[in-house]
Design a protein around this ligand. Structure first.
Ligand code: DX5
Ligand code: ZN
Length: 224
């Protein structure tokens, strides 16, 4: 027990695409953040939502913490669109425009939005080390970005453990998030590795009772 607050972020990618608002309402507020996966069919091999969905979420749930995970390139055009949608956090992939990463995080932060940086399972932590001082969050992808419902890749836990050590050694403040293949059965090892924010898509929205599923998880990680 180390009294960390573990945050749970259901991904609406796991919801019925024709019934997203009702799926979110069915969670009865038993979540900390709402995770919005943005995919462009180019950086990743799938297409999900655009800025209009981010704007609609902000309008529908003004008090919710909206966590926008951008798996897209063409940031010159699209990043301002997502900034205009006013999510609470925008996470970019370090594999996109790596040389501009510092500038892109600053662009987000200057708009008053928290800035996160993500790496896929085959990307080394080295890529994000130069921006860890700026990042509000580091997202370690535990599946190949692009699709929900994949299996958790165990080797990604080592990156989370290393981020915990680096944060302590360098006195940084970022939260650590993991995303992909997480469910009630494996969430404990994710948290034990040092993850602060757990993303869950299919596990939550395919549960018989998504609100109860989240309540049980919150209880499990209360005062972890
Ligand atoms: C994958 C997305 C994830 C995905 C997680 O690219 O970033 O957020 O929705 O879905 P599950 O929990 O089903 O693996
Ligand atoms: Zn995601």
């Amino acid at each position: 027990m180390d009294n960390r607050k573990i945050l749970i972020a259901p991904s609406i990618l796991g919801a019925d695409p024709l019934n997203i608002a009702n799926c979110v309402e069915s969670l009865e507020n038993n979540f900390d953040w709402l995770h919005l996966d943005i995919m462009d069919g180019h950086f990743v091999k799938n297409i999900s939502f655009g800025p209009s969905v981010a704007k609609a979420m902000r309008a529908r749930w003004p008090e919710a913490f909206i966590d926008a995970h951008l798996m897209i390139d063409c940031l010159d055009i699209m990043l301002p669109e997502f900034i205009n949608a006013k999510p609470d956090l925008i996470t970019l992939h370090a594999e996109v425009e790596t040389q501009l990463l510092h500038a892109r995080l600053m662009q987000i932060k200057k708009a008053g939005i928290k800035a996160g940086v993500s790496i896929g399972p085959v990307t080394s932590l080295e890529v994000v080390k130069p921006v860890l001082n700026l990042a509000d969050l580091v997202l370690i992808m535990s599946v190949t970005p692009g699709f929900g419902g994949q299996s958790f890749i165990e080797s990604t836990l080592d990156k989370t453990r290393e981020l915990v050590s680096l944060r302590a050694a360098l006195k940084y403040n970022y939260l650590i998030q993991m995303d992909g293949g997480i469910k009630a059965e494996n969430a404990l090892k994710v948290v034990q590795a040092g993850c602060d924010v757990i993303v869950m898509g299919s596990a939550v929205f395919s549960a018989d009772n998504p609100a109860e599923y989240l309540k049980d998880l919150k209880l499990k990680f209360k005062n972890f």
